[in-house]
Ligand binder design. Structure first.
Ligand code: MG
Length: 249
């Protein structure tokens, strides 16, 4: 079932999304050479708790940290670790959500550490652009497929690989709700978008092809070819007018 949110619920979702966005900003400021992903996670966790919120990801299906921190060829669900030390040239995808007053927010951004290879920078720019192209299609009367197709078309221009096994989703009392929002597929298909829907759009794009590899820890997803990957995500509200990005500060 796709939930349509009341004004009261939207107000709570806005609060949760704002804390999620601030937590992501805090994470970005911490992404510097010499810092471990464990340290970044602790900073994020401390911030979320300081706001009276709970980290949405902590213990989610047993996930052992407050944020997913995925470096270079790790696409998503990287487990923060004292053994992963950031260095110049790394790209770091941080995915974080906060639960506040019973509702979640969810967002992700791929940060650069120092000087990053120009081709990798282009991957990041294109993935973020694809997210915004998807958001622009999130209007009443369109369908989920219009979001998916806009993302796919943006990425295809550069020949990058789209990760197909993981998708965007509705956000509400649960971190992941219906509908699923793939980052590929034909326009004009799927559920119709309606005012009051709150969804997370999150392209995960590889420099190489879309192939993925599951790591033995049961969480970490890497590119099969070892090339870098990028991940950008916003939680948005569909309205009668323009979509509202709830996780934008
Ligand atoms: Mg998400």
């Amino acid at each position: 079932m796709i939930n349509l949110r009341t004004q009261r619920e939207v107000s709570k979702l806005k609060d949760a999304a704002k804390i999620s966005a601030q937590a992501l900003q805090v994470a970005g400021e911490a992404c510097r050479a010499g810092v471990t992903t464990w340290e970044i996670d602790k900073i994020v966790e401390k911030f979320i708790v300081s706001q009276g919120a709970e980290p949405s990801f902590l213990n989610y299906q047993g996930f052992p940290a407050s944020s997913c921190i995925s470096v270079n060829d790790t696409i998503i669900h990287g487990i923060p670790s004292k053994n992963i030390i950031l260095k110049d040239g790394d790209v770091v995808s941080v995915d974080v959500g906060a639960k506040y007053n019973g509702y979640h927010g969810d967002n992700a951004f791929t940060f650069k550490v120092g000087e990053v290879d120009q081709n990798v920078s282009q991957l990041l720019e294109t993935t973020e652009k694809a997210l915004y192209c998807g958001i622009n299609q999130a209007v009443v009367g369109n369908r989920i497929g219009d979001i998916s197709n806009a993302i796919e078309k943006t990425v295809d221009l550069y020949g990058y690989g789209i990760v197909r096994e993981f998708v965007g989703h509705g956000v509400g009392k649960n971190l992941h709700e219906e509908p699923e929002i793939p980052n590929f597929g034909p326009a004009g298909r799927g559920p119709r978008l309606m005012a009051g829907m709150v969804i997370a759009i999150e392209p995960m794009i590889n420099q190489g092809d879309g192939g993925i590899k599951h790591c033995p820890d049961g969480w970490t997803i890497k590119t099969a070819d070892g090339k870098p990957s990028a991940h950008f995500e916003h939680t948005i509200l569909i309205t009668k007018n323009e979509p509202i990005i709830l996780t934008k500060l």
